[in-house]
Design a protein around this ligand. Structure first.
Ligand SMILES: C[S@@+](CC[C@H](N)C(=O)[O-])C[C@H]1O[C@@H](n2cnc3c(N)ncnc32)[C@H](O)[C@@H]1O
Length: 407
């Protein structure tokens, strides 16, 4: 290995040969050269590659694999022509066989728990979302960028430059027609396709997007939602996550459940049937648009109470909200943090079902819940974003017997 004193500082544009090590969170693989850790895209563990440095910072160096010298057996020809070094920033894993993509996601979740929660024994299986076979044609909605000539595209990785694209293979097939048109003067185009096949497109000409609605059927129930409201990205994810929440949380007739960060009320819709007419589901959501959608879709679910509020603000008054048996927690990517975890633990639910789109935020929050008397019980993962590094994880937290819950 090169000694520190003889190291030449790496610079953007440098080309060198490295061996690719472990996967890191965020779709990169680790390599080492000149005494630096390098986060390499477009590579696979075990490969020997030629890399080009794309960014040098005091704490991290990024690079793209530009030539594969010794190939992994899991390398495949990327189905999408717009992926690769310097190209579309959307998919990180198009060059990796689907089964290995899932194995890498399992590793990332395991590493997150080891590094951020001190839990060394966490094993998680990342399952494909039911119905997903190829990892393509799954994305129910797309936000397209528009270049100065009105063509649709996506941002190049970590760039403001828009790469024109004429198809996105991970979008449902109906959305393939969207980039056939040009959109002069438009800032952004959103498309979404319902489970009935209907395609809706909305343009933002001046920063405001006109509201359009789409239908999604989940477990025999129809959801009519504004395409600006949150909805799970993968065609099969809503159903898979609802099933996981019900299986892992096991809501019982007569119980009270909180559905925190409830969006359009997806989980509340099914918790409602499980707790029945003598139970209660309180759905708390910050977006007025999503709460409007929830009101529309849950109008016959009389045991669901919709609250439009910031979750932390609502929890600050938690003692007014009565006893709770179970909590579904589906926060944005940043997770919940100490204040919210403490307030939930103080209510002593028998179970917290945490739905997470970022395993690192989940692991950090799990570590916080331990300090408030809750331990990780079950965990399952879904490959709800094939071809990308993203993964969805559902975990349950249960009380640690004898723990003084609020320290
Ligand atoms: C990951 S989505 C989950 C939505 C829903 N559970 C679902 O599966 O469809 C997170 C939701 O949290 C909402 N949200 C984000 N920050 C919030 C906050 N501080 N308080 C309340 N809601 C918030 C967002 O508007 C979004 O609807």
């Amino acid at each position: 290995m090169t000694s520190k004193s003889s190291e030449v500082p790496l610079a953007v544009g440098d080309v060198l040969e490295v061996t690719i090590g472990q996967i890191a969170h965020g779709g990169h693989f680790i390599a080492h050269a000149q005494g630096r850790t390098i986060f390499v895209r477009h590579a696979i563990t075990g490969e020997s590659v030629r890399i080009k440095i794309t960014e040098v910072r005091s704490k991290m160096v990024r690079a793209d694999a530009i030539k594969i010298l010794v190939k992994s057996p899991d390398r495949v020809t990327a189905p999408c022509e717009f992926t690769g070094p310097g190209a579309c920033g959307g998919c990180d894993f198009q060059h990796i066989a689907l089964a290995r993509q899932r194995a890498f996601k399992q590793q990332v979740v395991k590493d997150a728990f080891r590094r951020h929660a001190g839990l060394n024994e966490v094993e998680v299986v990342v399952e494909s979302v039911p119905g997903d076979q190829s990892g393509l044609s799954w994305r129910t909605r797309v936000r397209w960028s528009v270049d100065s000539s009105g063509h649709l595209g996506f941002h190049r990785f970590r760039s403001s430059e828009i790469l024109p694209v004429n198809t996105c293979l991970i979008a449902t097939q109906g959305q393939g027609a969207v980039p056939e048109s040009t959109y002069p003067g438009v800032l952004e185009v959103r498309s979404a396709q319902g489970s009935d096949g209907e395609l809706v497109i909305s343009n933002a000409a001046s920063g405001s997007t006109s509201s359009r609605r789409v239908n999604q059927e989940v477990l025999g129930r129809n959801w009519n939602i504004d395409i600006e409201s949150f909805w799970q990205g993968h065609v099969g994810a809503a159903e898979a996550l609802v099933r996981a929440v019900l299986d892992l949380g096991n809501p019982q007739p007569g119980e009270t459940w909180w559905d925190l960060y409830s969006g359009v009320g997806l989980f509340s819709g099914y918790l409602s049937s499980a707790v029945g007419p003598n139970g209660l589901v309180v759905a708390v959501e910050g977006s007025a648009r999503s709460v409007r959608d929830a009101r529309r879709n849950l109008q016959h679910d009389h045991q669901v109470k919709l609250v439009e509020s910031d979750v932390a603000r609502w929890l600050a008054k938690a003692t007014d909200h009565g006893l709770v048996s179970g909590v579904v927690l589906d926060p944005p990517r940043t997770g919940v943090g100490r204040v919210i975890a403490r307030q939930i633990a103080a209510q002593e639910p028998r179970v917290v079902v945490y739905v997470a789109c970022d395993p690192v935020a989940l692991a950090r929050d799990v570590a916080i819940f331990y300090t408030f008397g809750y331990r990780l019980d079950k965990i399952t993962g879904f490959d709800a974003f094939p071809m990308t590094h993203h993964v969805e994880v559902v975990a349950t937290l249960v009380p640690i017997p004898g723990h003084d819950q609020i320290s």
